[in-house]
Design a binder for this molecule. Structure first.
Ligand code: NAD
Length: 284
């Protein structure tokens, strides 16, 4: 099956970037969100990114306009996904909302349409149960920002067909991305590894082995990491990090992911990181 029309659900941090990458790849894209203002915000972010690319000579004005011209928007699922070959979901990280959305899509979309979820921590296998097409359902886990990060995890369940995996893997390559194929498992590959080393870094601080600044410094200067665990927690937000730790801890029943005390305290104090101006570090 050839993918021509792509529908992206959710125009937020991930969805707007995914829609842009698909349009840059030459696909017709419909971006859907629950409110017109969220769609406008997503489109504004895409325009800003493209303007920057034109200014830096990475793309031409004509190409930027052509990319924008391939993106349409909608606030109804019927309008957005009714004739899509692929629906990529990047809405709020909530199991019930994701399942309800796919339940509706299953009725709206043609039989051949493939469904992909960008969930970070929820079970792809469970989301797929909301549909009657588990063979055409999988995870496509993009990284932030989608326009820049090269990797995509292609997540298959026990029931995803080899044909669906092949179509999505080939699409990733067409979009200039590097697919890494894995089975459905909490945190997939990259987030599970990231969560493990970040948690251990925070635990060093709980144990008073070093200041958080020195823990960040050691990792960056010793191994060339671009950020240490505390800088990374501030960037992602304590609420997001906590949710990740708790999901992995409960799902995998492993103390490796037990939320460290310093994380719990920052979360409870509302010092969430960059987004609140203060996390482990302070931001002006
Ligand atoms: N933020 C990241 O770094 C990152 C990385 C990889 C994957 N993800 C995953 O991508 C998904 C989206 O995350 P995000 O960071 O872009 O969130 P976000 O909050 O920035 O955007 C979510 C968007 O979905 C919209 N939305 C909510 N319910 C909807 C519905 N029923 N139908 C259509 N739109 C709806 C919201 O209005 C919002 O615009 C989540 O599942 C998240 O776990 C996030």
């Amino acid at each position: 099956m050839e993918i021509k029309k792509i529908c992206v659900l959710g125009a937020g941090l991930m969805g707007h970037g995914i829609a842009q990458v698909c349009a840059q790849g030459g696909f017709e894209v419909t971006l859907e969100d629950i409110k017109e203002e969220f769609l406008q915000k997503g489109l504004d972010r895409i325009k800003k990114f493209l303007d920057g690319s034109v200014a830096r000579g990475k793309t031409t004005q004509e190409e930027a306009e052509a990319v924008l011209g391939r993106i349409t928007t909608a606030t109804s699922l019927e309008e957005a996904a009714g004739d899509a070959d692929l629906v990529m979901e990047a809405i709020v990280e909530n199991m019930e909302i994701k399942k309800e959305t796919f339940r509706q899509l299953d009725k709206i979309c043609p039989e051949h349409t493939i469904f992909a979820t960008n969930t970070s921590y929820q079970s792809v296998t469970e989301i797929a149960t909301a549909t009657n097409r588990p063979d055409r359902f999988m995870g496509m886990h993009w990284f932030n920002p989608p326009q820049v990060m090269r990797g995509i995890e292609v997540v298959k369940t026990e029931r995803t067909s080899p044909e669906t995996v092949a179509i999505i893997t080939s699409l990733c390559q067409q979009l200039g991305k590097e697919p890494a194929i894995c089975h459905d498992s909490p945190g997939f590959i990259a987030n599970r590894l990231l969560q493990a080393w970040r948690t251990e870094g925070l635990r060093l601080y709980d144990e008073n082995v070093a200041s958080f600044q020195d823990i960040d410094k050691a990792l960056k200067t010793a191994y060339g990491f671009r950020m240490g665990p505390f800088e990374l927690a501030d960037l992602a937000g304590m609420d997001v990090v906590m949710a990740g730790n708790e999901t992995m801890y409960n799902e995998l029943r492993s103390d490796v992911f037990k939320p460290p005390r310093c994380l719990v305290m920052k979360f409870r104090a509302g010092e969430l990181g960059r987004k609140t101006g203060k996390g482990f570090y302070e931001y002006k």
